[in-house]
Design a binder for this molecule. Sequence first.
Ligand code: NAP
Length: 461
Amino acid sequence: MSQATGLLYLVSAALFILALRWMSQPDTAKRAVVSAVGGMALAVGGTLLHPEIVTYKWIGIAAALGFIVGFPLSRVPLTAVPERTGLSQAFGGLAAGLVGTAKYYLWLDQGELTSFRMAVVAGEVILGCLTCTGGLMAAGKLAEVITTRPVTYKGQNIVSFTLLGAAAVLGAWLVWDPTQSWAFPVIIALALIFGVLLILPIGGADMPTVISFLNSYAGLSAVAMGFVLENYLLITAGALDGASGFVLSVIMCKAMNRSVTNVLFGAFGAVQTATQTTEQRTVKSATAVDAAELLTNADSVVIIPGYGMAVAQAQHRVRDLYDQLSKRGVDVKFAVHPVAGRMPGHMNVLLAEADIPYDRLVEMDDVNPEMPQVDVALVIGANDVVNPSARTDAKSPIYGMPIIDADKAHTVLAIKRSMNPGFAGIDNDLYYANNTLMLFGDAKAVIGDVVKQLSGDGATH
Ligand code: NAP
């Protein structure tokens, strides 16, 4: 490795670490993206300076192909980002698998396949291949190209892990005797099949968490690839990727009050998980005029966005509402639940897109003690994250999941299109509460109507 390459790798590793640090706050997130992109550019630049490169022809062709595939993938709408990420991981896994395969046959031919090299190649190929098919399956489930329902059968986990175990045993055998080359394609096949079987029993709605796990596997395969290619930056970046993917998955599981094993093996969504009540209960509905009046007469309003705000793409109308209320001296805050929406940071990204000031965003733990003093909790397309049964009903599938205590506000205004349940498939007592008024309709249209009321000569503070 030349000195220039080493220096570029060092700066690049520092930029990756800073990017992760900055990614943890909304106001530094853009800087984080610039830092990560800069780090990657330097990493690619450093690699291109590598003295071992004899021709740039194939690198150029690969880069052109990558650009042709990657450019349209970068244009997908925000709601399709989870499946796009699944595809990216599939490509990352494929790259690791291919590099490992190439290196195995090259080193085998040259008689340079040491035990250490064989061990990392086997690890890289197993992790890369399972990430490849796992990523494709996750993307397919999210795009609803394949069934989003968990597919289960008896003895499923035993079958899956026997396959993975067999791949690992064959890998170990190759470490012992690398010349048994028939075993190598078998390892690849077993890992590819395991990737499919790993995702089959997981419901479509759990895919964002799974994608985050796959991120972690892709990172680990990159670490192994770094050892294979003796590239220290790949080892560092892969370790960062692997660790951050795992930490993110654990954060998401905790916020849903589910264990990692429940997400991966619980087949959540396979059966009706709710204890559906058969008794007819009534809800009170309100109009945009009622809502406008309630909101302008409030001193404090906490807006709780959820998946429905993303579906309706209502964030810009929400910004208009925020402007109208702030102009009237109402204290408006946004309470964002860590798993609101369908991917980590979903609500933060949408609110940032609508230029909602970051200092108006409050975390669940900070806002909950204030909720009993709040005049109006405005729930926009959120359901599970404000469902009080998480606190009270031990039989509920979301029991124990921390929620935003919208029900404790003086009045709750809840916007959704129907009484249909959310992700967890369960009824929500909040909608039937005495202090709740439902605003039925598409979130964008409903908030648009409320804003119209406020911007006309309607209610004043
Ligand atoms: P939710 O419980 O899925 O509820 C969303 C609600 O939005 C639905 O009840 C739906 O009711 C309403 N809605 C849909 N389209 C709408 C529209 N156009 N206008 C108005 N309302 C609309 O969402 P959430 O409260 O945000 O909770 C997220 C759930 O996803 C949690 O259970 C969480 O565990 C899970 N999850 C999150 C992540 C993540 O990373 N964020 C990952 C995996 C799972 P209608 O159909 O009646 O309109």
